[in-house]
Ligand binder design. Structure first.
Ligand SMILES: [Ca+2]
Ligand SMILES: [Ca+2]
Ligand SMILES: [Ca+2]
Length: 196
């Protein structure tokens, strides 16, 4: 389990690094209002509640140094509501998993931005349906990915201009990139397309 999770973090690091490369040349705006709005996104569990009130915690030491690196929180009825994991065993939590009715619904990961969340995954019936990815250090998630019921990539939306509005859409068919659309008119909808 530990090794499985560690390899997953390595994969995610590669994804984050690749997207940073892709967008390293883009210019990012400095609109703090939008960044704040993003952080207050009510869909994101971490910014709504990381409270431990009324929760029972089970700590585990997976690294063998007698310090906990996994915290499982259960409510008063014994239902698992959250798991926090320190994946690289440095004492800081890197992964927050949120559960509802026993199912994983959201997972937040802080991989390489000094404790800031890099990736947020949303799950339905145990499968990833949506993913948010940060690519800069300003609290934004300019990349959003959507998946079908078999976890195949459907669409990638990007805000490449940094104004908080999506301007680039990549569409996938059977996991292959099919076409890309751009918003050149500034209305938030794609109006120019290229096929691959
Ligand atoms: Ca430990
Ligand atoms: Ca850590
Ligand atoms: Ca934009």
């Amino acid at each position: 389990m530990v090794f499985q999770n560690r390899s997953r973090v390595v994969v995610l690091c590669a994804i984050v690094a690749a997207s940073a490369l892709l967008f390293g040349c883009a210019s990012w705006g400095d609109d703090t209002d939008d960044a704040t709005a993003q952080q207050d996104d009510p869909e994101r569990a971490r910014y709504a509640n990381l409270s431990t009130d009324g929760l029972k915690v089970d700590k585990a030491d997976l690294s063998g140094n007698d310090e906990p690196d996994q915290w499982k929180y259960h409510d008063g009825d014994g239902n698992l509501v959250r798991v926090e994991r320190d994946m690289n065993f440095d004492g800081d939590v890197n992964i927050w998993e949120y559960y509802e009715n026993g199912e994983l619904v959201e997972e937040e990961m802080a991989i390489d931005r000094g404790g800031e969340i890099d990736v947020v995954m949303f799950y339905e019936e145990g499968r990833v349906v949506r993913q948010l990815m940060a690519s800069e250090f300003d609290g934004r998630f300019p990349i959003e990915k959507f998946y079908d019921s078999e976890e195949r990539l459907l669409r990638v939306e990007r805000d490449t201009s940094g104004d908080g509005q999506v301007d680039t859409w990549e569409y996938f068919e059977d996991g292959e990139r099919d076409r890309i659309g751009w918003d050149t008119s500034g209305d938030g909808q794609p109006d120019t397309f290229d096929h691959y």
